[in-house]
Design a protein around this ligand. Structure first.
Ligand SMILES: Cc1cc2nc3c(=O)[nH]c(=O)nc-3n(C[C@H](O)[C@H](O)[C@H](O)COP(=O)(O)OP(=O)(O)OC[C@H]3O[C@@H](n4cnc5c(N)ncnc54)[C@H](O)[C@@H]3O)c2cc1C
Length: 324
């Protein structure tokens, strides 16, 4: 335990570790190294050892077990976190910018009277303070701030830190809260999952994404054919979903899903900050747009200034011919 330690809240999403946790561990390693502290991963699980391989970038893994911690609910999560923070006294607590993180981070900071920075894109030690670059207005603006008191509660923007694959030799410390946790005013009942038969776009390697430039519902068929040829799925910007052409489970962006495919082919999507928020961590982004000034070209690895409706059938035919 050292006042320079960095605590990472590992998030379990329906039994699996969230990708954002690996990003947090990478950010935490840099910070801990700079201050001479350690990275502590905190996971709420009755079987911390099960998650140890994924959390091996931490120096220590603390697993806390209580029936109230099996699914997210603010009160028990806060109580368990507070207990660990009181005993470990970390310099900062890193939380992923997931639905849970955005809920929990501000509550935790308010409870502790601690500084809070959300939308963190970069974090570095600056003497006794932490210098944080944070995203504002859906990424239109950045702010540079310094968190001067400990522990700083930092909610990281997904996709901002690259998991570094470093592995430590963490041993899992399995604990129970000092007293059994109570449920609090909000009780978790059940997950509402995508309807059976629908595709989980967060798990796809190949995504064909369509925006308003697809122009009419019938043209979705062209995108479906290409997605099938690539072995992937179709997703969309918000206007396509708002018009009822695709279900909300296919929407990418701030108010939709965050995806990280190997390929994100953006067709007729302008690249508004709210859309970019959900897809900019894709390994390869190819943008197709008739407007050369479309912001999507700013983040695309490759771009084509062509009509998506001409390109779609031609690309599908070319790929199918190549497959034979
Ligand atoms: C609080 C909030 C949350 C939001 N959440 C989301 C979200 O989760 N996801 C999301 O996507 N948006 C979200 N938005 C909306 C966002 O601001 C944009 O309005 C939206 O992303 C625009 O979608 P688009 O790119 O499909 O449409 P447009 O911005 O209208 O762009 C269409 C693009 O298609 C191009 N085009 C037209 N015809 C063709 C053609 N034939 N071939 C090629 N290109 C063509 C045009 O040049 C244009 O660039 C949110 C907004 C707010 C305020």
């Amino acid at each position: 335990m050292s006042a320079q330690d960095i605590l990472v809240l590992a998030e379990i999403q329906r039994d699996a570790l969230a990708d954002s946790t690996l990003e947090l561990l990478a950010a935490a390693r840099g910070l801990a190294k700079a201050g001479g502290g350690q990275v502590l991963a905190l996971v709420f699980s009755p079987d911390g050892a099960r998650h140890a391989p994924s959390l091996s970038a931490a120096d220590r893994i603390i697993a806390v077990d209580d029936p109230q911690l099996t699914a997210y609910s603010p009160e028990p999560f806060l109580a368990a976190l507070q207990e660990i923070i009181a005993s470990e006294k970390p310099r900062a607590v890193l939380i992923g910018g997931t639905s849970i993180g955005w809920d929990l981070g501000p509550l935790l900071a308010a409870r502790l009277g601690a500084p809070l920075v959300t939308g963190c894109k970069a974090i570095e030690a600056d003497g006794d303070a932490l210098r944080v670059t944070a995203s504002f207005c859906g990424g239109k603006m950045l702010a540079e701030v310094r968190a001067k008191a400990s522990p700083a509660i930092l909610v990281a923007l997904p996709g901002s830190f690259r998991p570094d694959g470093e592995a430590g030799k963490a041993v899992v410390e399995q604990r129970k809260p000092a007293a059994p946790l109570s449920a609090g005013a909000i009780a978790f009942d059940d997950w509402i999952l995508p309807q059976a038969g629908d595709v989980d776009i967060t798990q796809q390697d190949m995504l064909v994404a369509v925006g308003r430039g697809i122009q009419q519902k019938d043209n979705l068929e062209l995108a479906e054919e290409l997605a099938q040829t690539l072995g992937g799925a179709v997703c969309a910007s918000r206007p396509v979903v708002d018009q009822g052409w695709l279900p909300p489970t296919r929407q990418v962006g701030k108010s939709g899903m965050t995806v990280k495919p190997k390929l994100y082919l953006a067709l007729g999507i302008s690249g508004a900050p709210e859309h970019q928020e959900g897809m900019k961590a894709a390994d390869l982004i190819i943008a197709v747009n008739t407007d050369p000034k479309a912001p999507i070209f700013d983040i695309a690895h490759y771009g084509a200034e062509v009509d998506a409706l001409d390109l779609l059938p031609a690309l599908t035919a070319a790929l199918q011919a190549k497959k034979g």
